[in-house]
Ligand binder design. Structure first.
Ligand SMILES: *[C@@H]1O[C@H](CO)[C@@H](O)[C@H](O)[C@H]1NC(C)=O
Length: 312
């Protein structure tokens, strides 16, 4: 009798734990980090303390930690996203779908995964400080970060050369408002996932993005790295040529930049990628961290609590 009761309790407890298995989570780190960098490992542990029992996978492009970091600077993003799609499809724990968090550039790369592959499917996509409408300037580097400095110099020198567009990661989401023609004609990553080129627009991308449960876009209010920071909310800038007068009455051509919000983008208005559909359904969440780029210390937890680790 007692034995039977104990057996019954064990089974029900098991059933309870089983039923509350949280949805797995996939993390794509940002530029300068690697899948197993100490900061990323710490973040994974913190997620696990918020959602006990959660399975977390940190995306890597190379097994070796230094090579993985390097792959954040150098490589072909389309190939990297393809590689990641194969990596995710091979992980049995992810089979039933997962939530995903992208840090900085990892956010637009995960969006590319959703639009192009999404198998297994993403439930909530949470992006922290990502460059969804690209950057109009290259992020600055730390004073001793030579790998970053070399990459930055190379990008600025010839951002729309075919070499840069195949090999330098940041070039592949550099969207220069003063040279949109150069961007449209040479860029093969951001123009693609944003469906900006009419002839190669792909409806699958829009269908897949609109299939998300929530798209959570988090902007850092003090971000000086991502220019403009509103790119995290699908904002960008346009350049208007403006004649202005200097103090000594010389006429100069000023390069004035005017912000363009998500709602003003043709991408949104004509719904090239399913963003408007998601938004009108109430499933685009605009969040902020009141800090500099990727300083998530005081803001990550609320987002992870609300949008990750739900019941599978
Ligand atoms: C559109 O994207 C899907 C998913 O990546 C792909 O399978 C398909 O071939 C693409 N269609 C065209 C016309 O390129």
């Amino acid at each position: 009798m007692f034995k039977a009761l104990r057996y019954f309790l064990t089974i029900s407890l098991f059933g309870l734990v089983w039923a509350q298995q949280p949805r797995p989570l996939v993390l794509w780190h940002g530029l300068g980090d690697s899948a197993n960098a100490p900061g990323i490992l710490r973040f994974v542990e913190e997620i696990k303390s918020v959602h006990p029992g959660i399975f977390v996978h940190s995306i890597y492009l190379e097994e070796d930690i230094d090579k993985d970091r390097q792959a954040g600077f150098y490589g072909n993003v389309n190939e990297q996203v393809q590689f990641v799609s194969e990596q995710l499809a091979a992980i049995p724990e992810l089979e039933g779908g997962f939530d995903a968090i992208g840090f900085s550039q990892g956010g637009q790369f995960l969006r590319a995964y959703v639009e192009r592959y999404n198998s297994p499917p993403v439930n909530n996509l949470i992006t922290f400080g990502s460059q969804h409408m690209g950057v109009s300037d290259i992020p600055t580097c730390g004073p001793r970060d030579f790998m970053c400095q070399i990459a930055r110099r190379a990008v600025k020198a010839g951002v729309y050369s075919s070499w840069a567009q195949e090999h330098l990661v940041t070039a592949q989401y550099f969207r220069d408002p003063a040279n949109l023609e150069g961007y449209y004609s040479s860029n093969k990553f951001l123009t693609s996932i944003n469906n900006e080129i009419l002839e190669s627009r792909n409806e699958t991308y829009a269908r897949n993005l609109a299939s998300l449960n929530k798209l959570v876009l988090i902007m850092f209010t003090e971000d000086k790295t991502v220019v403009p920071k509103e790119s995290s909310w699908f904002g960008s800038e346009v350049v208007v040529d403006d004649i202005s007068l200097t103090d000594d009455h010389q006429r100069v051509l000023a390069d004035t930049r005017i912000p363009v919000s998500m709602y003003e983008q043709p991408l949104y208005q004509e719904d090239w990628i399913g963003l408007r559909e998601l938004d009108e359904r109430g499933d685009v969440v605009f969040g902020v961290c009141e800090s500099v780029h990727m300083d998530i210390e005081d803001c990550w937890e609320a987002f992870v609590r609300e949008y990750a680790g739900g019941d599978l």
